[in-house]
Design a protein around this ligand. Structure first.
Ligand SMILES: C[S@@+](CC[C@H](N)C(=O)[O-])C[C@H]1O[C@@H](n2cnc3c(N)ncnc32)[C@H](O)[C@@H]1O
Length: 286
């Protein structure tokens, strides 16, 4: 898709041309890794039969399918995402479920029907807006008074060794990047709970609540060691380092990542701690 009104153009390009095709190719593995975290967030959102749910940044649609199961035939789920390849995957996963639709849309700028949803949900899909306050204000307009927003997002990368360890091992082979802006759009942009609470309140939400969610994630479940390593160097900061590196440096990155993650390799895959927030907020005016 082309970015609507120029918003989020870098992320739109990234999720269509770089990350989207990768997520589709690795869909089963990635979903396996984050499914439990998403399920806990869905439990907190408590979708009920008959409710209308907006799944923001739904990607390949796993959470949308699960939400559709909760709201049943009398409810409906709309999954929106900027990534066309991921939505193709989502549609094939959903197999034309009557209560589930997908739409290519930028959640920050799309003109959703006003007050049409009981719940706006997201599994790791809201940390990529270039103007998060505007995006949450837009999502709020789509909620009915008393409607709720629930999403799961990562805490800081240092508290997520499943990604920090391969990332640090890879980055040592590149020139040190300028210190990143921790709030720039990206997977860890919502680590700071005060900032996120402020953004949500400024957007008009009330009753903002953060719950820390700690879990062990299994990366590359069921794969052999070599395949796990190949998976690891495609994702997150390690993947970004690989994209920048010439082939000779890529080999060094592979070797360093292999050494760094060895203590976390088990027969199941790479098993490491992950730390998230489950964030809840309410549309005022019930
Ligand atoms: C980390 S992935 C998560 C995908 C999916 N929710 C899951 O858990 O598998 C982030 C998703 O947010 C989507 N996204 C990023 N910016 C967006 C925006 N402005 N509007 C809608 N979706 C967006 C991406 O295309 C991607 O599918």
């Amino acid at each position: 898709m082309a970015a609507e009104s120029g918003a989020n153009s870098l992320q739109v390009e990234y999720w269509n041309d770089v990350a989207g095709p990768k997520w589709v190719a690795l869909d089963g593995l990635i979903n396996d890794q984050i499914e439990g975290l998403g399920r806990t967030a869905i439990e907190r959102a408590a979708p009920r039969p008959g409710e209308a749910v907006l799944d923001v940044g739904c990607g390949c649609g796993h959470s949308s399918v699960e939400l559709a199961g909760h709201v049943g035939e009398t409810g409906r789920v709309l999954g929106v995402d900027v990534s066309e390849p991921m939505l193709v995957q989502a549609r094939s996963l959903a197999r034309a479920a009557a209560n589930l639709d997908f739409q290519v849309a930028d959640a920050q700028t799309h003109g959703f029907e006003a007050a049409a949803f009981d719940l706006a949900f997201s599994r790791f899909g809201v940390m990529f807006f270039d103007d998060p306050q505007a995006a949450f204000a837009n999502i709020l307009r789509a909620l009915r008074p008393g409607g709720r927003l629930v999403f799961v997002c990562w805490q800081e990368i240092a508290k997520n060794p499943w990604m920090a360890i391969p990332g640090a091992a890879a980055m040592q082979h590149l020139d040190p990047p300028a210190p990143p802006d921790p709030s720039a759009p990206g997977p860890f942009a919502f680590a700071d709970r005060e900032r996120v609470a402020g953004l949500l309140e400024a957007a008009g939400f009330s009753k903002v609540h953060h719950e820390a969610l700690e879990a062990r994630v299994t990366v590359g479940r069921g794969l052999g060691r070599a395949e796990i390593l190949e998976f690891l160097v495609q994702m997150g900061p390690a993947g970004a380092a690989m994209r920048e590196a010439v082939p000779e440096v890529q080999e060094r990155i592979r070797a360093s990542v292999a050494e760094a993650v060895t203590p976390w390799l088990t027969d199941e895959g790479m098993v490491a701690e992950a730390l998230c927030w489950v964030v809840r907020a309410e549309c005022p005016g019930n």
